[in-house]
Design a protein around this ligand. Structure first.
Ligand code: GRF
Length: 207
């Protein structure tokens, strides 16, 4: 059973999707710690409600971003985490942390990567650009932002009369579906990397 650490920064609706999947026995692992880089956010409440230990590591408590992120890595290790999920984490993880959990970190991004990579408002960018289809992507985290091997994607149509809010909401519903699924696939050892392509083994689990 994978020991999962989740990094959050805000509302935590993706964290909630992971908590719900775990409760339904569909996460393939157990969330053992939730770490936030902001105090007082809803994500922390959701974790506490589910009985999951929480840790707050804010930037201002450290001399540098590197020191803060190394503390995040230490906290993950101290909880025996072997799979990390960035669920609405609003910072770029320091390369040293990425190396420490190589191919064991998943991120969710609200666009069909590589479109709108690196954007903190990818839904608004998609609308402004005029794409007809956008969506979301779960990928393995590498040192290059939003550029790691793609695990799962879901497409979402953009309507003529869409607003950023409505489009974001429809993308979010897909995020909540594919993030737990990707976590399970990684936790169950069903992902195989071929270059930057991810092959998924969807055969039935051995009885
Ligand atoms: C999601 O849209 C996620 O894709 C993006 O930030 C948002 C986080 O939402 N990286 P939540 O905190 O999980 O509700």
């Amino acid at each position: 059973m994978s020991r999962i650490g989740v990094l959050v920064s805000g509302r935590g609706s993706n964290l909630q999707a992971l908590i719900d999947a775990q409760a339904a026995g569909q996460l393939g692992g157990r969330i053992v710690v939730v770490i936030s880089n902001h105090a007082g956010v809803l994500a922390l409440e959701r974790a506490a409600q589910a009985g999951i230990p929480t840790v707050v590591l804010e930037r201002q408590a450290f001399a540098s971003r590197q020191a803060q992120h190394l503390a995040i890595a230490e906290t993950l290790s101290a909880h025996g985490v072997d799979l990390v999920v960035l669920a609405g984490f609003d910072r770029i993880l320091h390369p040293e942390v990425v190396r420490r959990f190589q191919h064991r970190i998943l991120n969710i991004h609200p666009s069909l990567l590589p479109a709108f990579a690196g954007s903190l408002h990818a839904q608004a960018d998609a609308l402004a650009y005029g794409v007809k289809i956008t969506g979301c992507t779960v990928h393995l985290v590498t040192e290059e932002v939003d550029a790691g091997p793609i695990v799962l994607q879901a497409a979402v149509p953009v309507f003529d009369d869409d607003t950023v809010e409505r489009l974001s909401e429809r993308i979010l519903a897909e995020e909540h579906r594919i993030l737990p699924e990707a976590v399970r696939l990684l936790a169950e050892g069903r992902l195989r990397l071929e270059g930057r392509r991810v092959q998924i083994d969807r055969s039935a689990a051995p009885a």
